[in-house]
Design a protein around this ligand. Structure first.
Ligand code: ADP
Ligand code: MG
Length: 317
């Protein structure tokens, strides 16, 4: 048996067992997956690179959580339910000290969302983790970025800016001193049931991965509308406040910081009660308007927007 295949057998093969949607899992040239009748497939891929998205020494178990959760976040934002995922791993060496906790974290995270691992690829190279998720959604019901309408409320399903606060601590080497932010960074919550509930209620949705202003901006341009945001309505966590030198910094993180993986969506405000009654956390941060662009208010006073709206991999063009 090749070293690669032994590794797959040992660490990953069992992550696909016991799911009816998996007709044929790990071990053949490709997997065979059966989506539920009448549903469409949704697919998304995200890569995490050592030295870019996480430090080389990041805890492998938590890294596995992060790699899968950031992908599941994209499914949630489409209103999709998880069906299966693949894992492409590039590793500097076959290191059991790293692989064992990584596989354990991946198994726990996959079980948490009920998603089977059905295949992947294993190569030697600098540490990189690419996960592709497959989800399913009833035909025609996928929640997209387009469709926001003037008068819709703008909502997020939790606090904003924690990802940026965590990155701030990470660069100072003190992330482990804030368990709350460490958890938000490596194990971001993903509210898949909320995504499903939003299919029939929301007009548009996105997951906040690059920063609220950047990601909400995508929704607004896809929908040809604009927005008014209330600065004081931005939900900021105590952990972010503690990591920031002042409130303004926390607010800036919540507007422009990446890595939050919250759902941001627009819907008629009359649906709020229904969702709250179902126990979903819902924070209204603004209103969709016809005038393009985003305007920020503190009470009735308009505030300037931060110059940098979010994280850009290739800088400003
Ligand atoms: P091929 O040469 O046909 O691409 P591989 O030798 O790369 O096949 O992989 C053998 C089997 O193991 C395939 O079913 C593949 O999907 C699976 N596999 C390879 N790497 C991984 C991994 N990191 N995680 C899960 N499954 C994997
Ligand atoms: Mg291969």
């Amino acid at each position: 048996m090749s070293a690669e295949f032994a590794l797959i057998e040992r660490y990953f093969a069992q992550l696909g067992n016991g799911y009816p949607a998996v007709v044929l899992g790990i071990g053949d040239d490709a997997a065979v997956v059966q989506p539920p009748d009448g549903q469409e497939l949704t697919m998304s891929t995200d890569t995490l690179l050592a030295g870019v998205h996480f430090p080389h020494a990041a805890p492998p178990e938590l890294l596995a959580w992060r790699a899968l959760q950031v992908n599941l976040s994209d499914l949630a934002a489409m209103g999709a339910e998880p069906l299966a995922f693949t894992l492409a791993l590039s590793l500097p060496a076959i290191d059991d000290q790293w692989l064992r906790p990584f596989a354990a974290g991946l198994a726990a995270c996959a079980k948490n969302s009920g998603i089977p691992l059905v295949g992947g690829d294993t190569t030697s190279g600098s540490l990189a983790i690419t996960i592709t998720v497959l989800g399913s959604v009833p035909r025609g019901q996928a929640l997209t970025r387009a469709g926001a309408r003037a008068g819709d409320g703008i909502y997020v399903d939790g606090t904003l800016g924690d990802g940026a606060a965590a990155l701030h601590l990470l660069t100072q080497g003190s992330l482990q001193d804030s368990p709350a932010l460490q958890q938000r960074f490596y194990q971001p919550e993903v509210n898949l049931p909320l995504g499903v509930a939003l299919r029939s209620l929301a007009h548009a949705a996105i997951d906040v991965s690059d920063g609220l202003l950047a990601d909400l901006g995508h929704v607004l341009s896809a929908s040809s509308v604009g927005a008014e945001l209330q600065l004081t309505a931005l939900p900021v966590s105590e952990a972010s406040r503690a990591a920031a030198s002042n409130l303004a910094q926390s607010q800036l993180w919540s507007l422009t910081g990446g890595d939050d993986y919250r759902l941001c969506f627009t819907m008629p405000p009359e649906h709020e009660q229904q969702l709250s009654e179902q126990g979903y956390e819902l924070n209204r941060i603004g209103t969709v308007s016809t005038e393009p662009g985003i305007r920020l208010y503190e009470g009735a006073v308009e505030k300037p927007l931060p110059e940098r709206t979010g994280y850009e991999h290739f800088g400003h063009q």
